[in-house]
Write a protein that binds this ligand. Structure first.
Ligand code: F6P
Length: 511
């Protein structure tokens, strides 16, 4: 049955296949799911023990089996412990709360007083990669327009020297604060860029003033000390926070400094509101569960290998990249904690871009391509500008694309060949998520929504969402190749495959 047909004769479908939470409306009625199929999906969720798995997550059980750790990103935004908390969660909340107070205090001090030589902090260089960059970048770009007297954050992630070089060429070291963010403090890119920036500060300001402008955020305080950053300039994070779930921790320090502690606290409060919804809402009204089950329907029942995320808000350009790591580094796995292959396909490829721009890039394929790609459309009802005509056009395009994907078009003219080339098959599924406004609170809720969707899918697929063993191999091979690329006289490793050896030889020949 085509999805459009499900609306015919069902006046309540749109309302029935929508749900609200924390300032967001989820409309999932344009998926070809009827009430019977939806009931089956909830039965699947219950048979997978989803409710117990949600309770285990919030109780601080070691859901990260391969590293024998809990996943307690919710404790970062959960405020003070309450009586219902387990000892593990209470302890995590206390540590998180203390650090939150410390980072907010430090941020406000640097916003008002500046550095000891009375220079104001105007530019923050946030050095980090993956979860140590993507969350802060997303939140900064989404919220910087609303913050009065915002300080600029410049993100440096890539080991490619072009990233850090463009900053050291333009920033004033006297007014710059560098924050090295790395949970392990062993990430090659971050340490190399940290060294470049430390030298840049030191060469211009002397080691004393440089040290004052270099902070660290890490779970590895020993490695931070070895790097030469003092404990009083180090903010802690913990091994019970996964990197891609760490925005809410001191990883977000530069946000508190740039946007103000109030904005950072509001971000956390929005996420906490979604946590409460996820823990308490019946599965049938539970936004993360609904999105997870829709994802299972598309990925496993309909065998659609990708999910496209299209925020219709220029401030959310960074959202698809953020969700790529959150979703694909969490659920890009093919083996269960018991070491056996999963029974079904797991994380879809996450991709996307900002609307309306991508209507002029890849929407042709979404409408007429051979593959059906489910889309998450995200819109904001109330804009933060007074350009009414622009916003009306934005929302009209948002709704039109979703409708066009479902409805399609069939032409009947005298030129059948041309008609078929111009037809849109339709019956292409999408969800629409509408935020009342884009604020620190609704952004926090939106991100937490996807965090819990990802966790829910990991439960249904029977995989561990919180480890990432797959990233090790590439890193170790890079370490093996580095000498041959850093030193033209170094021997090329003998056991290298012919392609890698030839590529290294090509670099050497060109130099
Ligand atoms: O991509 C692997 C990874 O470990 C991510 O999980 C993490 O967010 C990123 O690298 C950075 O790690 P760190 O914060 O330890 O520098």
């Amino acid at each position: 049955v085509r999805c459009e047909a499900l609306f015919a004769g069902d006046a309540t479908r749109a309302a029935d296949f929508s749900a609200r939470a924390a300032g967001m409306l989820l409309d999932y009625s344009k998926h070809g799911i009827d009430r019977e199929a939806r009931a089956a999906l909830f039965a699947l969720a219950r048979s997978a023990g989803l409710e117990a798995a949600i309770a285990r997550l919030f109780a601080g059980e070691k859901v990260n089996r391969s590293e024998s750790r809990p996943a307690l990103h919710m404790a970062l935004r959960g405020g003070a412990p309450d009586a219902a908390d387990t000892a593990v969660v209470a302890q995590a909340k206390r540590a998180a709360h203390a650090t939150l107070e410390r980072l907010c205090e430090l941020a406000e001090a640097l916003r008002t007083g500046g550095l000891s030589d009375s220079n104001p902090v105007e530019d923050i260089v946030h050095v980090g990669i993956g979860g140590s960059e993507l969350g802060p970048r997303l939140a900064y770009e989404a919220l910087v327009g609303q913050a009065r007297a915002a300080r600029r954050i410049h993100f440096v992630a890539n080991v490619d020297g072009h990233a850090v070089a463009r900053l050291t060429a333009t920033l004033d070291p006297r007014r710059t604060l560098v924050v090295l963010v790395s949970k392990t403090f062993s990430t090659q890119e971050t340490l190399l860029n940290g060294e470049v920036l430390r030298r840049w500060l030191g060469d211009r300001l002397g080691s004393e003033a440089a040290a004052e402008r270099l902070l660290a955020v890490s779970a590895n305080t020993a490695a931070v000390a070895r790097f030469g950053i003092a404990p009083e300039r180090t903010l802690p994070i913990w091994d019970w926070v996964g990197g891609r779930y760490s925005l809410w921790s001191a990883v977000g320090f530069s946000l508190a400094l740039a946007l103000g502690a109030d904005a950072f606290r509001a971000l956390l409060a929005g996420a906490a509101a979604l946590d409460a919804h996820f823990r308490s809402a019946p599965l049938e009204q539970n936004l993360p569960v609904l999105m997870a089950l829709i994802g299972i329907w598309q990925r496993n029942l309909c065998a659609r290998p990708t999910l496209c995320v299209v925020p219709y808000d220029d401030r959310l350009q960074a959202l698809p990249s953020y969700l790529q790591q959150l979703d694909m580094e969490s659920n890009g796995k093919r083996v269960t904690p018991l070491g056996v292959p999963t029974e079904s396909a797991t994380a879809p490829v996450i991709w996307g871009g900002v609307g309306t721009n991508v209507q002029h890039a890849f929407f042709q394929a979404l409408h007429q391509g051979t593959d059906v790609v489910p889309v998450d459309f995200i819109g904001v009802i109330a804009p933060d500008h007074a350009l009414g005509a622009n916003h009306a056009a934005l929302l009209a395009n948002l709704f039109a694309q979703s409708a066009a994907m479902m409805r399609g078009r069939r032409l009947e003219s005298s030129d059948a060949a041309l008609d078929r080339q111009r037809d849109c098959p339709g019956d292409r599924p999408s969800s629409t998520l509408l935020l009342d406004r884009l604020t620190p609170s609704t952004l926090g809720a939106l991100i937490a929504l996807y965090e819990h969707k990802v966790y829910t899918q990991s439960v249904l697929w029977g995989i561990n969402a919180f480890d990432q063993w797959g990233v090790e191999l590439g890193k170790s091979l890079a370490n093996q190749l580095l000498p041959a690329l850093a030193d033209p006289n170094a021997t090329i490793p003998a056991d290298l495959d012919g392609s890698s050896a030839a590529l290294i030889a090509a670099v050497r020949a060109a130099r």
